[in-house]
Design a protein around this ligand. Sequence first.
Ligand code: 5AD
Ligand code: SF4
Length: 470
Amino acid sequence: MNVPNLKQARIRTNKEVEFKYDVTGIDDKLKIGNKTFFIKTYGCQMNEHDSENIRAMMLEMNFKEAKDMDSADIIILNTCAIRENAHNKVFGMLGRIKHRKEMDSGVITCLCGCMAQEENVVEEIRNKYKWVDIIFGTHNIHELPKMLYDVIKNNEKRIEVLSIEGDVIENMHYARDNKYKAWVNIMYGCDKFCTYCIVPYTRGKQRSRKKEDIINEVNDLIKDGVLEITLLGQNVNAYGKDLYDDYGMEDLLLDVSKTEIKRIRFVTSHPWDFTDKMIDAIASCDNVMPFVHLPVQSGSNDILKKMGRRYTKEEYIELFNKIKSRVKDVSITTDIIVGFPNESDEDFKATLDLVDYCKFDLAYTFIYSKREGTPASLIKDEIPLKVKQERLEVLNEHINKYALENNKKLIGKTVKVLVENISEKDPNQVCGYTEGQKLVNISGGADLIGKIVDVYISDAKTWSLDGIIK
Ligand code: 5AD
Ligand code: SF4
């Protein structure tokens, strides 16, 4: 048994990252089969992508994917720790699974992802949810098949969470949700330690993958019919800094753009590491999409400082303007936290002013959530939750207004859309995303799926556009 340790998770040493190429793969003994599984994923794209890895391993063990959780023999909760409500949802789900377990003791429950890396969570599960069969963390996903074998064949329980800085595991398999779009990890972990954020503790230190491994993966995806890739990392602009003397995100973008891939995106950027060369790379490569997700978090310099974000409002705006002026038709989206401990009315007003200035294409907005073990969690907060909720509402009104305004600017224009699905709302429509990452619903049939088509934008809503095939 290995339980998480927060103090250890905080440590960063100069220990060299190990690149492990031969720890994945499932031998015949592990191909147990004869059971169904269901993966419930919470949180960010990184987790979605990890779930694709888990799904691939489960299928290779000859398990079959169940349609829903209630009919699955093995339930895997891939959890998120970023805010309290993600936590609560998982504990709610564990309550539901408990009922199922009472009726059918053979159901196997696994909990993994960021919550598994938290000391208090694992302690609570060990005390109150003793029936959970497997807990594993973000550093040892590839060990799931062996753990499942031990549970199924040897009737053991396994808690294996490593609070280490982390290695880079290569040759992982992914069973993707989407045929035409794929995520490609370019780095793991984060060393920024923003004072509110749990990620550096749950995901370990920043570890970049080798450029040749990334390019090889992209080439394999192209062979597989993938048209769009999203380069993934907590802080992609810092790519390479931990691995190379003179090779960074801008170089990687240029190299990936030389492959035959049609569309390249990347998330998430931190304003701190966003170089001019990066902007040039986005502006000059046709297959790098004009879309930048650039979390600002707050418009108040005082709060930015307390958050440990390493930039001022003025520096953010300067970068924002540079990207806007150099990258044609660029969409810029952001993340904003309201109600950081002791955020004053003036601080909040500064955030609104920044939003009014930047007029973001979209923003993900959150009420600050206290995460145990982070520096911000130690600050005594005087602001009532009700005030924070009111601020969030006001902020969202501003955000939605600009989202609609920006979308309306596209009416009458023809844009390129990668059609990826039948529309959820109307079976006679298909949907896809523009180069600037805007959702478009288009009248048309399934024959359009998997194609990049010219679409005339006929109408605009806050969250989506309507289009007609040109
Ligand atoms: N409370 C609220 N929001 C948070 N985020 C990260 N940590 C917290 C927290 N403790 C938000 C940030 C980040 C996004 C992924 O989640 O805005 O950019
Ligand atoms: Fe969290 Fe900051 Fe790292 Fe983003 S950059 S994952 S907000 S610590």
